[in-house]
Design a protein around this ligand. Structure first.
Ligand code: GLU
Length: 548
């Protein structure tokens, strides 16, 4: 049938032509080498760690080159779309300081290349769809679900590649009367691409991460528009990335399998192809092997997990950088304290085959990140987390900011700050004993000590304790009290001849630590006592004695 006529029959309401769109969305005027990237999630309410991995790549490529990083919402699947999905995406990435220059925003759209939500771009897709029909590169297919299922079943039984191709592409060259009749009967149809490819042919392609690859040509007449006129991912990808003038498409490597189709589609539409970066997946060790982080099985696959646990965003981002570029850690060691944006990010240094997620490494980075913060920054970080997840703790902290900051200052600063805190959710456990309402003795008394000895040591300490003592005087007194009660004041001496002693000054310190902090491990005990103050120190020691 005459293609022009078919195009009019299929899209009678579409009056615009591709040229109109080209004029509406002209090439961007950007400096030479500036990259235009996009983050293009479906607004399902779920953000995967892999999403952040990709978004960070997009953001770095764009902003490092003086380009544009924009947000496009792929909401063509209404069933998967959640109401505040866009807000959730913007908020989740905002936590990592990833800001879009244009695109979908909480209160509409921002930028000259919109609409940035695919659900609002129907007219644009249909304009190009109509043109493809005019050019004889697309055709309607009226197969019902049942007919397609029958085709699939037959292909399966004959052990053939499944899909709509060759003799199975029953509407590809359907006679005019048949098409007209189906249209007259108002039968629903999808629009299919007329593939000229053959599985016998290979196409060469260069991916910026994977390098030179060879892919088999596509011979399947894939769907471009579904029966409701909504585009498939493939068609929307070609039209949107062309019109939004994306220069670099960063996406998960699972899209590589459909790349041969995308190559055909760009060509058929007369579009220049963007550069592609197909990113490797984030893997985890599991039972001796490695597998993809799974949304279903692994809580750490969700971006929300890190927020809930209270990993500082800076730590997660820093950790992701180590996964993204193999030379990042080396750079970081040579450039401590420098913003990560100064790192020369490169697609060439990205993992080709998959990067391994490790909690140990993340935790270590998180500890270092928090250790490098000031007490006031830590206070703000904990409070922000606690306001959301433990409001009572947040209120307790905020009730006396300077008291909380004095606690958080212990062991902070200097060349080797203590790495005591890994996540904000662990802070209550770390500093709770400074607050009477959270204090309790949770560790047991070390074995092998008579209660009477512990009593004697604690009494001795109480008698000599003077909060005006400096740390050295304080410690000398502890040693002296211990020695009077049979505990060796010198560790070296004790180690070489423990016989004749009940223990050492380390044991004496443990008794005191347990009484005052409730635990056998704590920040510097002198500093702890200083912060708690004489009355509370004495009361806790007395209470502890009574409890023995
Ligand atoms: N909406 C697609 C996804 O979330 C986007 C893939 C792409 O970036 O092109 O997987």
């Amino acid at each position: 049938m005459d293609n022009e006529k078919l195009a009019e029959l299929l899209f009678p309401d579409v009056t615009s032509v591709p040229d109109d769109m080209e004029k509406r969305y002209p090439p961007r005027t950007l400096p030479e080498g500036a990259k235009v990237t996009r983050f293009a999630p479906s607004p399902t309410g779920f953000m995967h760690l892999g999403n952040l991995y990709g978004a960070l790549t997009d953001e770095r490529l764009a902003h490092q080159s003086g380009g544009v990083f924009y947000l496009r919402i792929e909401d063509t699947d209404g069933k998967r779309t959640v109401e505040n999905g866009v807000d959730l995406i913007i908020r989740a990435l905002g936590q990592f300081d990833l800001k879009f220059d244009e695109g979908a925003a909480s209160d509409g759209d921002n930028g000259a290349y919109g609409p940035y939500r695919q659900s609002e771009r129907k007219e644009i897709y249909q304009t190009y769809a109509k043109q493809l029909v005019r050019d004889g590169k697309a055709y309607p297919c009226f197969c019902t679900e049942q007919e397609l299922a029958d085709i699939r079943a037959e292909q399966e039984s004959e052990k053939l590649t499944p899909g709509y191709y060759g003799k199975w592409a029953v509407w590809r060259d359907a006679p005019e009367e048949k098409v007209l009749k189906a249209l007259e009967e108002n039968k629903p149809f999808v629009l299919r691409f007329r593939s000229e490819g053959s599985p016998e042919n290979k196409v060469k392609f260069t991916d910026m991460i994977k390098g030179d690859i060879e892919v088999t040509e596509n011979d399947i007449d894939h769907v471009l528009l579904k029966s409701d006129g909504i585009p498939t991912y493939h068609f929307a990808h070609a039209v949107d990335d062309h019109l939004m003038r994306t220069t670099h498409v960063v996406r998960d490597e699972s899209w590589l399998s459909t790349l041969p189709f995308h190559i055909q589609l760009f060509r058929a539409l007369g579009f220049r192809m963007p550069k592609y970066l197909h990113t490797a997946q984030v893997l985890k060790n599991d039972g001796g092997g490695k597998r993809k982080l799974s949304k279903r099985k692994d809580p750490e696959a969700a971006l929300a997990f890190y927020h809930e646990k209270g990993y500082p965003s800076a730590a997660v981002k820093e950790y992701l950088m180590t996964l993204l570029n193999s030379n990042y850690e080396e750079w970081r060691t040579a450039n401590p304290g420098v913003p990560l944006e100064s790192f020369p990010f490169s697609a060439k240094k990205m993992s080709v085959s998959g990067c391994l997620f490790s909690f140990e490494k993340l935790d270590d980075i998180s500890r270092s990140t928090i250790a490098a913060m000031s007490a006031s920054e830590v206070f703000d970080g904990v409070c922000r987390w606690a306001e959301e997840y433990d409001p009572e703790f947040a209120a307790t902290l905020k009730n006396d900011r300077s008291y909380a900051e004095s606690i958080l200052s212990v062991g902070r600063g200097g060349n080797k700050p203590r790495k005591d805190i890994t996540v904000w959710s662990g802070v209550k456990q770390y500093m709770g004993f400074f607050y009477d309402r959270y204090f309790s003795v949770t560790d047991p008394l070390p074995e092998g000590h008579d209660k009477s000895d512990v009593h004697a040591v604690l009494d001795g300490f109480l008698l000599s304790y003077d909060p005006a003592d400096d740390q050295q005087q304080w410690f000398e007194k502890i040693k002296a009290v211990g020695e009077r009660n049979g505990y060796c004041p010198n560790m070296k001496e004790y180690r070489s001849s423990p016989e004749g002693w009940k223990g050492s000054v380390a044991d004496v310190s443990s008794f005191l630590r347990l009484a005052v902090t409730g635990r056998l491990a704590s920040p510097d005990l002198y500093a702890v006592m200083e912060i708690l103050g004489k009355d509370r120190v004495e009361k806790r020691i007395k209470d502890f004695k009574e409890s023995l």
